[in-house]
Design a binder for this molecule. Structure first.
Ligand code: ARG
Length: 554
C-alpha cells in the first residue's frame, strides 16, 4: 500500500523511505487518488518547477503495481489497485488478529509511567480521572508496540495535612462515620481543623510525631490510607485499570536525607530564610524549595527521591508522569534539580500533561454548585443513564442490563476524555458522552455490536474471493489499513486521541458501508462477512488500547 508508493518513488527520487513516509499525503478528495506526492519537495534539488517535476515523474515511474499514477498540478497522485488492496489488508488483519497493529518497535525498552496518583483522605478528583484514563492508554499503547511498561500509582499519602487529619480525628473523629464514608468524614474533620489558626501548632506537632514513627499516629494514618484505598479501588475496578505498583509519597519519608545530603555535597542547596532551596533562577524556574525552616520536606523533595529510587530499581529508558498541566513548573523544577545533580537520565523524564475538565458552562468542573464532585457518584450516575438508554430499547435480564450499562458508561467516560487532545481543556458533558449518536464512545460500541450481530447470524468463511471493489468498500478497507499507523502516531505524540478519533471514524465508515452493502444473502457474502470480521477485529484492538470494554450486544 503506502509501502508500494514509497518504494516506487524511492527508485526515481533521491528521497529516503523515511522522508517519503513523512511527505506523502492522503488526499481528502477521493478523485485525487489514495496517496499524493507533493513535488515541491524536489523543486530545490531538481531546480525545476513542481508542475514540471510531477509531469516527468509520471512518465518515468513504474506503474505496474497501481491502477494509475497521474500528475495533477504539482502533485503526483497514486491510485491503488483495489483488489490487491483488499486482499493484502484483510489477509493481514485476519492472520494477525489481536496483534494487528502491534510491533516490536520498543524492543523491550523500559518505560515507567506515573499515573492516577490521587490523594489519601480526599475525593478522587476529576484530574485524577484524566490521569488514569490517559496514562492507562499511553501505557497500553507502549506495551502494544513492544515496550516493557511499569505502571505506578504514586498516592499522595504524606505531608503536613496528615497532622491536621490526625488532630481532627483525635478531637472529633467517629469510628462509625469513618467506616461508613471515610473520605467524607475525613474531609469534614480537615475543614474543621483548618477553620481556626489555634490548631496549627498542634497539627504540626502531630505530623512531626507521625514522621518520627509515633505508634498511635502511624496507626491512624494507616487506617486513613487503607480506607481511602478501598474507595479508590472501587473506581479502578469500574475503570478496569490495574497498576504494577501502588506506592506513595510516604514510601520516601525516611529516604530523603540521603538526597538532601547529596544535593549539599554537590553545592546545589542554599539556605534561604532558614529553608533549604535550589536556586533555579538562571533557568527561569524560580527556586525549588526542598526543606522548610521547621525541617519538613516537600512534594518536590519526595519526587526527587522517588525518581532516583525508580531509576536505581528499574533502570528505565523513559519515565512518564501523566499529571495535570497546573503542575508544569513543579516538574520542570525537579527535572532540572536531577539534571544539575548529575543524573543524566533526567532528560528521559517527561511530564505528559493534561488540561482541565470544564462543565458545560465553561467553568472548572471540580465542584458542582459549590459542592465537591465525587467521582464515584459520577460513575454511578453515568451507569444509571446508560441503564435508562438500554431499557428504552430492549427487554433483558437485570444482570445483562448491569453488565451492558457498565460497559456503555465506561465507553462514554473514557472516550469522552480521549477524543480530545490531552493538553486542551475538555468539557465534561455526560449527557452528550452517553448518547448513542455522534462523536461518542457508545456510538463506537454500537457499530461494534452491529458488526458482531451480523457474524452471529453467519460465520465468516475462511476461504473467500476478492471481488472488484466498489468505492465504499475501498474506503473501509483503506481505513482498516490505517490502524498500525495511528498506533505509532499516538505513541510518538503520546496522544491517545489519535487512536480514539481513528476508531470513531472507522465505526462511521463501517456504518456507511453497511447501509450501502448488503452482507448476508448478497453475491459477495463470503467476502463481505470477512470485511465485517476484520472491522470487528480492528475495533477490538483499538478499544483495548483506549481501555474501553467490549460488549457484543448493546
Ligand atoms: N498526588 C498528586 C496530586 O494529586 C499528583 C502526583 C503526581 N505524581 C508525581 N510523581 N508527582 O496533585
Amino acid at each position: 500500500m503506502k509501502e508500494q508508493v514509497i518504494s516506487s518513488l524511492k527508485k526515481i527520487t533521491n528521497l529516503s523511505e523515511c522522508d517519503l513516509d513523512r511527505i506523502l499525503e492522503i488526499p481528502k478528495d477521493k478523485n485525487l487518488g489514495d496517496f499524493a506526492f507533493p513535488c515541491f519537495f524536489l523543486a530545490k534539488t531538481m531546480k525545476k518547477n513542481p508542475v514540471q517535476i510531477a509531469q516527468e515523474l509520471s512518465n518515468t515511474i513504474d506503474k505496474k503495481n497501481f491502477e494509475k499514477v497521474e500528475a495533477k498540478g504539482a502533485y503526483l497522485n497514486f491510485f491503488l489497485k483495489k483488489a490487491n488492496l483488499a486482499k493484502e489488508v484483510l489477509t493481514k488483519v485476519l492472520k494477525e488478529k489481536s496483534k494487528f497493529g502491534s510491533s516490536n518497535l520498543g524492543n523491550g525498552k523500559k518505560i515507567v509511567i506515573d499515573l492516577s496518583a490521587p490523594n489519601i483522605a480526599k475525593p478522587f478528583g476529576i484530574g485524577h480521572l484524566r490521569s488514569t484514563i490517559i496514562g492507562n492508554s499511553i501505557a497500553e499503547t507502549a506495551k502494544f508496540i513492544g515496550f516493557k511498561v511499569i505502571k505506578i500509582n504514586y498516592l499522595g499519602d504524606w505531608g503536613t495535612q496528615f497532622g491536621k487529619l490526625i488532630l481532627g480525628y483525635k478531637k472529633w473523629g467517629n469510628e462509625k462515620e469513618l467506616k461508613k464514608n471515610p473520605i467524607l468524614h475525613l474531609q469534614e474533620l480537615y475543614v474543621r481543623v483548618n477553620k481556626s489558626e489555634e490548631f496549627e501548632e498542634e497539627s504540626r506537632e502531630e505530623f512531626k510525631k507521625l514522621e518520627e514513627g509515633d505508634k498511635e499516629n502511624l496507626k491512624l494514618w494507616k487506617k486513613f490510607r487503607e480506607l481511602s484505598l478501598v474507595e479508590f479501588n472501587r473506581i479502578y475496578d469500574i475503570l478496569n485499570v490495574k497498576f504494577d505498583i501502588t506506592s506513595g509519597e510516604s514510601e520516601y519519608n525516611h529516604k530523603m536525607d540521603t538526597v538532601i545530603k547529596m544535593l549539599k555535597e554537590k553545592r546545589l542547596l542554599k539556605e534561604s530564610d532558614g529553608a533549604q532551596v535550589v536556586d533555579l533562577d538562571k533557568y527561569n524556574l524560580g527556586v525549588c524549595l526542598l526543606k522548610k525552616s521547621d525541617g519538613a520536606t516537600l512534594y518536590a523533595t519526595r519526587d526527587i527521591t522517588a525518581a532516583i529510587d525508580r531509576y536505581n530499581r528499574f533502570k528505565f529508558d523513559q519515565m512518564i508522569y501523566e499529571v495535570g498541566a497546573e503542575q508544569k513548573l513543579h516538574f520542570k523544577q525537579f527535572f532540572k534539580v536531577l539534571e544539575l545533580s548529575g543524573h543524566s537520565w533526567a532528560k528521559e523524564c517527561v511530564h505528559v500533561s493534561h488540561g482541565l475538565y470544564l462543565d458545560s458552562d465553561g467553568k472548572k468542573f471540580s465542584t458542582r454548585k459549590g459542592k465537591t464532585v465525587y467521582m464515584s457518584d459520577i460513575l454511578d450516575e453515568t451507569i444509571n443513564l446508560a441503564k435508562k438508554e438500554i431499557e428504552k430499547r430492549e427487554k433483558i435480564s437485570k444482570t445483562e442490563i448491569d453488565k451492558r450499562a457498565k460497559a456503555i458508561a465506561l465507553s462514554a467516560i473514557v472516550y469522552g476524555d480521549l477524543k480530545n487532545y490531552r493538553e486542551n481543556d475538555a468539557i465534561f458533558d455526560i449527557d452528550r458522552f452517553i448518547s448513542f449518536e455522534g462523536n461518542t464512545g457508545p456510538y463506537i460500541l454500537y457499530a461494534y455490536a452491529r458488526a458482531n450481530s451480523i457474524l452471529a447470524k453467519k460465520k465468516a468463511p475462511i476461504k473467500f474471493e476478492i471481488p472488484e471493489l466498489d468505492e465504499a468498500t475501498k474506503q473501509l478497507v483503506l481505513r482498516l489499513n490505517e490502524f498500525p499507523e495511528s498506533v505509532l502516531k499516538a505513541y510518538n505524540l503520546l496522544a491517545p486521541n489519535i487512536i480514539a478519533n481513528y476508531v470513531h471514524s472507522l465505526s462511521q465508515q463501517f456504518n456507511e458501508w453497511y447501509h450501502s452493502s448488503q452482507v448476508i444473502g448478497s453475491v459477495q457474502e463470503s467476502f463481505r462477512l470477512n470485511v465485517v470480521k476484520s472491522t470487528v477485529q480492528v475495533i477490538e484492538n483499538a478499544l483495548k488500547l483506549l481501555g474501553i470494554p467490549l460488549i457484543k450486544r448493546m
